[in-house]
Design a protein around this ligand. Sequence first.
Ligand code: B3K
Ligand code: ZN
Length: 873
Amino acid sequence: PRPVRLAEYRPSDFLIDAVHLDVSLDPEATRVTARLAIRPNPLGPENAALKLDGEDLNLVSAEIDGAPLRVDDLDVTPSSLTLPNPPRGPFELTLTTLVDPSANTRLMGLYRSNGAYCTQCEAEGFRRITYFLDRPDVLAVYTTRIEGPEAETPILLSNGNLVETGPAGDGRHFAVWHDPHPKPSYLFALVAGDLGVVEDAFVTMSGRRVALKVFVEHGKEDRAHHAMESIKASMRWDEETFGREYDLDVFMVVAVSYFNMGAMENKGLNVFNDKYVLASPETATDGDYANIEAIIAHEYFHNWTGNRITCRDWFQLCLKEGLTVFRDQEFTSDMRSRPVKRISDVRGLRSVQFAEDAGPLAHPVRPQIYHEINNFYTPTVYEKGAEVIRMLKTLIGPEAFRAGMDLYFDRHDGQACTIEQFIACFAEVSGHDMSQFLRWYDQAGTPEVDIRTAYDPDRKTFTIDATQKTPPTPGQQFKQAMVIPLALGLVDEDGSDIPLVVGGAHAGPVIALTAENTRIVFENVERRPVPSLFRNFSAPVKLRSDQTVEDLLFLARKDSDPFNRWQAVQTVALRGLVAGVAALREGREPTEEPRLAEAIGRAFDPAETDCAYAAQIAALPSEGDVAREIGEDVDPDAIHSARSYLKASLRQRLAEPLAAAFDRLAERGPYSPDAAAAGRRALKIAALDLLAAGGERSGVERAFDLYKTASNMTDRVMALQVLSLHATAEREEALEDFAQRYGTDPLLIDKWFLIQASAPLPDTLDRVQSLMASPLFDMKNPNRVRSLIGAFASGNPTQFNKADGRGYGFLADVVTELDATNPQVAARLLGAFRTWRSLEPQRRRLAESALQRLAALPRLSADVGDIVRRALA
Ligand code: B3K
Ligand code: ZN
């Protein structure tokens, strides 16, 4: 298959200004009539043929300006419809096609979810509804008439404002929607079904009243209120923080249970995976509440960053995604705790994006080539894309950042833009030269920054030597120096920052490292300070430094930056774990760092009032963190053992404070999902997890007791999760009980699947296979697939990477089966192989042969084929 290249971008030969869609719903033969107002693009060549995209469509008829076209006026292939000689001026093309929503298992285009009709068009799904110029730089005004049986589809929704409804005969009815804002086809949506609704309203900053509606399955209305509150909070925040007001009379969210990803920002009609809408104290955990709030915000914020200003082409995906992730992160920071949000985002970035960057699937934030765009909705485009925006803000300052955003909205409203146009706005308002900064978009890989320091007591100088290096990534052997914002402090004995003076002038606190080697000499330094580097994680880099364990333990107590207090404990723990793995592989016992227990123990001190933050301090680096730190010849079993060893030693050393904290933090009063209450539960579970380390009886009993007496879903699920790590009778009893209680609720069964699939126990794979055969599992539902198989492949390092290769073979089998029905989800699962090259030789061989087995299959989708080929390249 031919790749698409950024360098080959050309504007469309034709434009489509208006679209009139007439959709007559039928389970197997939905009739779509599209009237398209088309004209040649003034920027394009003369006499071009008109080639529209199409997929899985059945063409019924075609007319130009009311006159029927004959078959030989058209060239129709499985992926296109071409008019070789279209009119030279504006014309109206009317196309009628039939589509089969019931047969649509890819969940792209128009499909059915539990009986309701819904659509997903990003990135290239609109072509599965009608023939179209299905590219983001073709912006049209849409008017959509939907007709369907009143009994099965009382609710008929599309983008924009409702303009007309009425009967259509034969028990059918219709609704007409008009969206005045020109948009690309990927933002089109249609929903029809018998749904319940929760309604509210929001008055915008200019005093307009916007109707708000959240649609869910009947009977689940009481689980839609948190989503509704989150919509209002998001609307308010975007007005206050970015001056952005909503622009239609109605804003709708629809929850569907069959959905390939989290949610979709269709104009005025966001479609959500119901997992990210439904929540009640009886059914949702603190994590669910937080995710819903964040994802509702993310999709809502797209209304300006994505919809009003969209992407010129799919290479610019980070223009909307990185920026919108940044915006939702800021929103959550304002709604909850800023340091806790930062820590959890950095944990996530390192565990998935750094892993991606270090393996065969690495690509730039703005890729230059793709075979299948759906494989580029990645942590690099999203999360690293957000880090790039954050660095931009750090480098030019918050005022210039806001001014640049204002200019961007002002200048580009209604346009399909590029990264260069976006960055130009910030260059203009700040006067900074942004050419080196743009490398963050085009150069893949995680830069490594090495920092050496020296104190000169005679000269009273403190010198920092920083070296940066970005390792090679696929297709990019040699890297140029990046502009890396280093936010730092020099911390004095008492924890205060000493003033930063360089060359006689006040400096910092952010220093831009722009060359491969940078030397910074700080003056007037009376005593050797302890450097606190990359405060608040000021750049997405890997830091190597000569900080000693003593320095780190000092920072853990004294640094004014909460992120680096956390980072210091993590770094000490990580160094210990890496040493522990080496020891175990050489047949020795890991040695312990007693001061680590002391640092972690402080999290459980009654004086610590920020429980959510303390829970982050108490959470050790993950097995994946250790694997990445080791980098090559990775033995997942040794990592697991070293980590278990450390947990058991923490349990021994901290037994009393852990038990006291667990009791002190017991739930009192009714459940509230707010950040403070959630933080107390998180810290309590962190204590419980350590108390039960190594399957210690008293800890297991406490967990079992919490499971049974839990007054909320967070406690129940987290207790079950702790129990699930240890092969005990309590574990089986609790799992059994959970299925009994919640077997009829698919979202809770997903938690039950995930917990079992993630357990580091030798029979987990057998368990996963038998659960796949249970009636609760459904290979057609992406949520089930992700909770059972995705959790096993991506969240269970020891069992997926079983030394006999069975985990790899299993995943290859599932991917083969799923590829026939839902290639996008199949390709996602394969992401579990992104670190295969860093494994020890035996596992590496086994992983490679599983991938090769896939590569040799006769019929692979573009999605899976692309991942397999890149993983093996
Ligand atoms: N823009 C969508 C993702 C679409 C994925 C297409 N494969 C959701 C989001 O990022 O907000
Ligand atoms: Zn997004």
